[in-house]
Write a protein that binds this ligand. Sequence first.
Ligand code: 2BA
Length: 108
Amino acid sequence: MKLVIAITQDEDTANLVSKLTEEGFRVTKLASTGGFLKSGNTTLLIGVDDDKVEDLVKVIEKVCRPREVTTPATPMSLVEDVYMPYTYNIKVGGATIFILDVDRYERI
Ligand code: 2BA
C-alpha cells in the first residue's frame, strides 16, 4: 500500500475530491499553506493499493490545472528614494505529489 500526499490548489479541490470519491478512493482533506506564496492550498492524504497508484495520479493530472499567480507585493525596489511594490508572476503546478510506502494500515 502507498500513501499519496497531494498538494493542490484550492480552486481544484472540490472537483478533485468528488472525482476521487466517485472512483472509489478514500481521501482526507487538510487545509495547508504554501511556504513561498504564504497563501492557502489543500493537502490530500490518499491511502491506496499499489496497483491503483497510476490510476490515482491520472485523475489528479486530469483535474488539477497549472496556473499563473502574482506574488504578493513586497516593497523591494528603491526607486528615487521610494520603495516601489514589487510583484511578479509564477507558475503554480497542477499538483505536487509525494508517494510513500505504508508499513501498516488499520481501520478499526
Ligand atoms: P508555495 O510554497 O506557496 O509555492 C508556490 C509556487 O511558488 C511553487 O509552485 C513554485 O512555482 C514557486 N516557488 C516555491 N518555492 C520557491 C522558491 N524557493 N523559489 C522560487 N519559486 C518558488 P509549485 O512548485 O507548484 O508548488 C505548489 C505548492 O506545493 C507550494 O506552495 C508548496 O505548498 C507545495 N510544495 C511544492 N514543492 C514542495 C516540496 N518539495 N515540499 C513540500 N511542499 C512542496
